[in-house]
Design a protein around this ligand. Sequence first.
Ligand SMILES: [Zn+2]
Length: 410
Amino acid sequence: VIPGRDDVGLRSETVRRANLSAIVRELHLRGPLSRSDLVAHTGLTRSAIRALIGELAAGGLISEEAPERLGTPGRPSPVVRPNAEAAVALGLELTVDSIAAALVGFGGAVLESRRIDRPRGHKAVDDVVADLVRLVDGLSEPVDRAIGIGVAVAGVVRRSDGFLSTAPNLGWRDVPLGDRLVAAFGRSVPISVANEADLGALAEHRRGAAVDADDVLFISGEVGVGGGLIVDGRPLTGFAGYGGEVGHMPVNADGRLCACGSTGCWETEVGEDALLRRAGRPVDGGREAVDAVLAAAAAGDPEATAAVGEVGRWLGIGLAGLVNVLDPRLVVMGGHFARLFPLVREPLERELDRRALSAPRSVVRVVPSALGVDAPMCGAAELALEPLLADPASWLAAQAAPVHARLASA
Ligand SMILES: [Zn+2]
């Protein structure tokens, strides 16, 4: 088949879209870059970069600044800067003991964020959704300014429509959470829902402890224990998006009853309740109670030290299995595991040495999260920004379209 003129036009438009996406993604992930840096990172020609940067600047997504003269020879290259205010996404997080919201701009700047601690316990879905709406209403920007909403939830969730199969520690099962959120926030803004540990992994990979690693296991310790996997630079989520639930990996045949209905899950040995129970404290004390145990262990209190050590030992046992299966470069300890890590490092590494195969053991490093408790919320905002990164040409077209056309299509 000889391509006709229309095919050639279609192909060049496809190339233009892909090149715009490559530039926008580089600027989002790396921050301000000179035109020469963009040439180096994207492999595009100088003239292609100039034309595409012109389009993005006209649409307001980026601005170009005259370069600083640093006494180097040659003509200095203008610096291209992402405009955070031009495209803003809303990241939401819904966990067992807090809800949080952040406005994140193109380029990754967190423009505003809020977190509210809430008492633990099972709550009606509608109440939690209403609380999220109130939290968002308290932000300085109206929600319809956002190009999208990403939601991180501590549960097993289907990516395609945000259907939540189970959130054991929230007491939810078979909840059409995506639909509920669309009803609450309105249909004008696209909403994506994903598992909080998957999004924590995404955020750590893009902006945190795992920027330089493409095989990453992110473990999130809260009341529940979640896992987010990145394999060869891509999320590993399974067939329907339910994968990565390392907290419900059976590790103890004689173990305790888990919130999921099974017994002896990893979560029952390393989760928040396990730490508090072993330290002889009430299990519903939330973050403050966890911090009190950590402080007591750091001060040498024997009961707290033993509790922390036992959690570290079980962390190492579970991780040894995961390291053998996945061969990650990096294990990132998120949620309260980030604060726990310095105290459990020794027993954890000892179990890894004892139980993991020597080859994958020798390449893996275990590190605390760089983004802390906000990692899943930041990942949720990244999820909401993804359509812009994947196809900035559509965003540009929407900016150029007359307002009435945009309203009609909403
Ligand atoms: Zn379980």
